[in-house]
Write a new protein. Sequence first.
Length: 218
Amino acid sequence: MVIAIDGPAGTGKSTIARMLAENCKGRDGKPFTYINSGNLYRAITLGCLREGIPPSDPVRVLEYAKRAPLVYREGKLYLGDEMVEDLLHSDEVDAHVSPLSAIVPVRHVVNDHVRKLAAGLNAVVEGRDMTTVVFPNAEYRFYLDASIKERARRRHEQGVSRLGLEEIEAAIAKRDAIDRNKEEGSLTVGDGVSCLDTSDLTLNQVYATLIEKITMEG
């Protein structure tokens, strides 16, 4: 069973996906595994930056993506032997992950990796094209959205960026433009996908709304 969640950065996708994975069970009674496709792109970006590979170089990035030692251990993403989740939201990674993730062959590598991770599992998967490209037939598909101003405010309050609020807002707008105009796997609301604006909602309210839909449709 797959629950797929898409939407731009700062809408609460990751937190909500984790909450669902931690609290839900599939029809078989087994727990869910949380899979964040965006973190796979971020880990590849981090690896490229560390190896001096320009994230805009499609040939070298693809070569690295194919050999990147990405693995989940106890719900955490590792790059080789290093748990890298705490390193994936730096300003430098933020600046390069969208153009890197727009490289079509790299998307194929990551999407195949996500499908393999989810095979045979109850999985909550989240990203930009989980509901449209990777799991278009998932049992439950959601798109979370929020205003740019609210997403920038949330990012600023996280305290992980050195940028000012207006700079964060500009960076988010630029990233949205890239994500919505990708040659493949663009950020969009697919047919039949439930869309929810989280701008004025707490995480608990978003979680309750999704749980209600899953329960009603289940």
